[in-house]
Write a protein that binds this ligand. Sequence first.
Ligand code: R5P
Length: 271
Amino acid sequence: MDWGMSNRMSRMIKSDGKTVMLACDHGYFMGPTRKLEVPRRTIEPLVPYADTIAVTRGVLRTSIDPKWDVPILLRVSGGVSILKEDLSDEEITASVKDAVRLNVSAVALSIFVGTAHEKQTLVNLSKLVDEGEEYGMPVMAITAVGKELEKRDARYLSLASRIAAEIGAHIVKTYYCENFHKVAEGTPVPVVVAGGPKMNTDEDVLNLVYNAMQEGAIGVDMGRNIWQSDYPVAMIKAIRAIVHENATVKEALDVLRENKSVAQLSAASKN
Ligand code: R5P
């Protein structure tokens, strides 16, 4: 791997080989998603605990302070909205040249394997990898499922993740699933997991992170289960404990509880 590419990767993936990425790019097709209505308000308190922040260039330019020392993962695919039944009709929506101008650490694009636009999104990936290689810009492929959340099984996710790596993605974001180890083993580049829609309990979130790490993920690129939590800072700290400190779910729940209490005390002292 060339120096520039390697340097960008190592800004996002820490020296222990792991990463906690904070996904805040939902607006690109979902609009003002709950609790991400004002991006800066949601993102700023979480910056000290995020190894990378995933956003679009619009949110980067309007809502992220250029002085914040945090690597950026730039979403560069889109062209659809949540109003459409088929979310797979994506194109590349920002150039690698603009990504370089923005000094980001990687670009991210969705692929929709098995859909009407499978070929289009895979060719998008191949073009982005070609351009990324030219500029030393890592490319993350996201194995998107659109509205078909039931697709998230090991067979499908292994197929989509492997195809992404074969086309040249430098990192793959996929979902956790039963037998996730098969997805991780079959994907010869680092794999991170998304969280998906908000889960019922904090323990469910921490279990997902723990199991994904045990089964071969190098970390998470998670959004709603962090910033839709009533205590986002406590939640991201608990996730960090699992990812970077090998905490068990029980230990991470303790981190969560302690930090919730701190947040409650600080809120009470302001009232
Ligand atoms: C979709 O909008 C993006 O790919 C998200 O970055 C991804 O789904 C991760 O966010 P969440 O954990 O909320 O699913």
